[in-house]
Design a binder for this molecule. Sequence first.
Ligand SMILES: [Zn+2]
Length: 162
Amino acid sequence: MSHLTGDPKRHDLSSFKGSITGSCLCGSITVTINENLFTKPRGHLCHCENCRKATGSVVATNLTIEEKKVDIKDRDGTLKLYADKATKSGNPVYRYFCAVDGNPIFSKVDSMPGKVTISMGCMPVIPKPEMAGFTAHKHPWFNQPEGIRSYKIIREEEIMGE
Ligand SMILES: [Zn+2]
């Protein structure tokens, strides 16, 4: 990752019409989403405590998509799974991360078969999210982007386990 490609404004979004590829910090794991993500707002922010811990951030930037549209390559065999059972519903969130650098890569829940939620921080450009979940737990100093739908607690069947 060079300092040039680290600036999302330097990327021509038309180069991501067919797909977009990101990687973890050490480069072992690459994630390719085979869809144009930049035609409309996509994905969701999550303000839940578990996502904050798992991402080390004030909010998680997630995008839930059909698994068949995603290619994940694990060059050095560093992809590890943590079954997060400390959820409100008791249903586990299966959190996959790179064991070398700790980067969150994606998560899955049993209630959404065939879907995967990508941790979008790995991508060179993150599309503007269409919604935000767990806004009841949002930090008061964090300004939600304008025009995105908010859910106090995300509906499990729609996004991910609570
Ligand atoms: Zn890595």
